[in-house]
Design a protein around this ligand. Structure first.
Ligand SMILES: Cc1cc2nc3c(=O)[nH]c(=O)nc-3n(C[C@H](O)[C@H](O)[C@H](O)COP(=O)(O)OP(=O)(O)OC[C@H]3O[C@@H](n4cnc5c(N)ncnc54)[C@H](O)[C@@H]3O)c2cc1C
Length: 347
């Protein structure tokens, strides 16, 4: 039976829900304060998903996450290709593995992390140690590190393309997007928006950090840099294992490399700091010295939505479902979380 569904929030969760539910024949309405389906041109608050690097790293995330995030990540890596194939607009999705790298001076810290991943990951997901020759064959630009491991089942999605394509497909499937609409409360079967109250058979609250104070969600600041680096090839996401900084680089079309990300317990959305600039870009340069002449073409700051235990939550009550706390793994786990929530609701 076709239901009337309301969704508060048009981030990666809101758009995946709208895409999936409209595809199943439901009458779907989505509410979001954004002025439209694209990213904001000016700085300011917008979905965390726009800023994300889009790494799909179930194994590498095991350094900080547990079995639940790993299982959701593995499942999502199976679901993303099916989702992307069902979209009418192209979305870059690559599953050619990712690399863990370490400098010789950080061998101890790196071995600790790799040991942790080996203990936590199932057999097909074990990190594979690479010789430097093997590393150069995969990524000739990488010159600094002395140790490398390949995580074969990892990859990346282009978050900006994916958010736009999900919205476009939703429109084709009949989704009603209520842009410029701030939701003040979500109750059983009701969305209270700035302009009016709307009634539904079921509602989803997926407002990320905007779900405060209904949920004890907090924002965790992250800063990223876009480098334009023509002639510096990079084919897959790389992470530098470092005792102080957690730094990664992700290639995007157009000779762009996204360098990220700081992780700061602050809800400050202002511009990137000098400290983050020095630390992240120095680390990037230490991995790929040829980045010295890259141009910093864009910087961005955003807030990852995190619950007190830093774990995702799917909370059902009569007429309402809340999904939140995707923290630093939203692209990695959203498809599996949406699948799980809709199976539990039998939708
Ligand atoms: C710097 C950075 C790098 C990241 N890198 C990765 C990565 O490589 N891989 C990965 O898996 N994840 C990554 N993430 C995490 C990922 O982006 C988030 O986990 C994910 O975006 C959360 O999705 P969401 O839909 O819950 O929230 P959001 O994407 O934040 O979307 C929430 C939506 O709700 C809307 N909203 C807010 N308030 C209201 C309101 N009152 N009424 C209506 N709508 C409202 C917002 O406008 C927004 O559209 C990164 C995040 C950051 C910040």
């Amino acid at each position: 039976m076709a239901l009337r569904i309301g969704i508060a929030g048009a981030g990666v969760l809101g758009r995946l829900l709208a895409f999936t539910l409209s595809r199943a024949g439901h009458d779907v309405h989505v509410f979001d304060p954004a002025s439209g389906p694209g990213p904001r041109a000016e700085s300011g608050s917008q979905a965390a998903g726009w800023t994300a690097a889009g790494m799909l790293s179930p194994v590498a995330e095991l350094e900080r996450a547990g079995a639940e995030v790993f299982a959701l990540g593995v499942r999502s890596c199976q679901l993303w290709p099916q989702i992307v194939q069902a979209l009418s607009e192209p979305v870059a999705l690559h599953m050619q593995g990712s690399l863990l790298l370490a400098h010789r001076s950080d061998a101890g810290a790196a071995q600790r992390v790799v040991g942790l991943l080996q203990a936590k990951a199932d057999a097909p997901y074990q990190p594979q140690s690479l010789t430097m020759d093997a590393l150069r064959a995969l990524e000739p630009s990488i010159q600094g590190p002395a140790m490398a491991w390949l995580l074969t089942n990892e990859g990346q999605i282009h978050p900006i393309q994916a958010l736009q394509a999900l919205a476009a497909q939703g429109t084709l499937q009949g989704v009603q997007w209520h842009w410029g609409s701030t939701v003040t409360a979500v109750d059983a079967g009701a969305i209270h928006a700035s302009e009016a109250q709307h009634h539904f058979d079921h509602v989803f609250d997926v407002r990320g950090v905007g779900a405060k104070p209904a949920l004890p969600v907090r924002g965790v600041r992250g800063e990223v840099f876009w480098l334009h680096a023509p002639g510096v090839p990079l084919h897959r996401p790389v992470r530098l294992l470092h005792p102080r900084h957690s730094i990664y680089m992700v290639p995007r079309p157009g000779d762009v490399i996204v360098v990220g990300a700081s992780e700061i317990e602050s809800e400050d959305r202002s511009h990137v700091s000098l400290r983050s600039t020095l630390e992240l870009l120095s680390a990037a340069h230490s991995v790929i010295p040829a980045l010295a002449e890259a141009r910093v073409v864009h910087t961005e700051t955003n807030l990852r939505p995190a619950l007190p235990d830093n774990l995702p939550a799917v909370l059902h009550s009569a007429g309402k479902t809340e999904i939140n706390g995707l923290f630093r793994h939203g692209w990695l786990i959203a498809p599996a979380l949406v699948e799980q929530a809709l199976q539990e609701l039998k939708l």
